[in-house]
Design a protein around this ligand. Sequence first.
Ligand code: TRP
Length: 71
Amino acid sequence: MSSDDFCVIKAEEDGVHVIGLTRGTDTRFHHSEKLDRGEVMIAQFTEHTSAVKVRGKAVIQTSHGELRTEE
Ligand code: TRP
């Protein structure tokens, strides 16, 4: 994913968490954003963020396609 690319996460239930993980040798959580049902987060991969973890029922769209988390 290039730096100007982004992904879209849409919560399908209350309390979905979008968690950003740090780039570099130390991989740890650095941000947790809570979304309620219907809320959308548009996020990029940055100098600080190399991976994103989604916890809860959500639809995720990236340039690679669309997927849903399992319940
Ligand atoms: N300050 C973070 C950053 O610039 C913000 C961020 C970007 C983020 N992408 C994210 C937080 C994805 C959580 C998930 O890297």
